[in-house]
Design a protein around this ligand. Structure first.
Ligand SMILES: Nc1ncnc2c1ncn2[C@@H]1O[C@H](COP(=O)(O)OP(=O)(O)OP(=O)(O)O)[C@@H](O)[C@H]1O
Ligand SMILES: [Mg+2]
Length: 201
């Protein structure tokens, strides 16, 4: 089938034909229908999360399982790594090792209190979307993962990502979010912290 996600917001990853094959609802034709199905799946995933009691959430195994819970009812490839190059993301062959390194690093940050909770979560979020482990859903997955870590690991409040907007649509909030991620690509985390309402120490 053709790609119903024709009008991508800036900073989104288009799907290739192989990935479109993984759509579990082959009859949908519009982006709006797909958004609704994905949103329903995410809500089911969030209910699973709210019941979840496991403590090892700072692991690659857990974040992969989380992606599958958030998107697996819609996409057959949920919870599996991307195999193709995208407009964002590292070499697909490096995803496994880089994701494991990231989660090991995040555990180190926690054990050594390297950063304030919000900064640790935002640095993890940035590196996760920079790796871009999955064919799609990386932004939503990595925002949920960052919030989960803030709440469960750091006993802190989640980030107000949307700030009263719809972060998945083109608006000033999304533009600021993507610009902040790009600054973080150049090792400047100030804009991402400011975006999340966190002052630099
Ligand atoms: N320059 C960049 N560097 C790092 N990450 C980026 C960059 N541009 C975009 N991103 C991230 O990639 C995400 C888009 O990837 P993808 O389409 O896989 O996820 P998504 O959940 O469908 O995204 P969204 O729901 O935000 O549209 C953005 O939400 C953002 O988190
Ligand atoms: Mg997307």
């Amino acid at each position: 089938m053709t790609d119903p996600l024709s009008d991508y917001p800036v900073g989104a990853t288009p799907l290739d034909p192989d990935e479109m094959e993984g759509l579990r609802f082959p009859h949908i034709t519009t982006r709006g229908q797909l958004d609704e199905l994905e949103q329903a799946n995410i809500e089911t995933g969030l209910r699973w999360l709210s019941r979840l009691r496991r403590r090892d959430i700072l692991t690659d195994e857990f974040v992969i399982a989380l992606h599958k819970r958030l998107f697996g009812e819609v996409w057959a490839w949920a919870g599996t790594f991307r195999r193709t190059e995208k407009n964002i993301g590292i070499d697909p062959l490096q995803i496994g090792i880089e994701l494991r390194t990231l989660m090991d690093t995040a555990r180190f940050w926690k054990d050594h209190q390297t950063y304030m909770p919000a900064e640790a979560a935002l640095r993890l979020h940035h590196r996760m979307v920079q790796i871009h482990p999955f064919p799609n859903g990386n932004g939503r997955h990595a925002r949920i993962a960052a919030d989960l870590i803030l709440e469960r690991i750091y006993n802190d409040r989640p980030v107000d990502w949307a700030g009263g907007h719809d972060l998945q649509k083109m608006n000033d909030r999304r533009i600021a979010y993507i610009a902040a991620l790009r600054a973080a690509d150049s090792h400047d985390f100030g804009p991402l912290l400011a975006f999340a309402g966190v002052a630099l120490r």
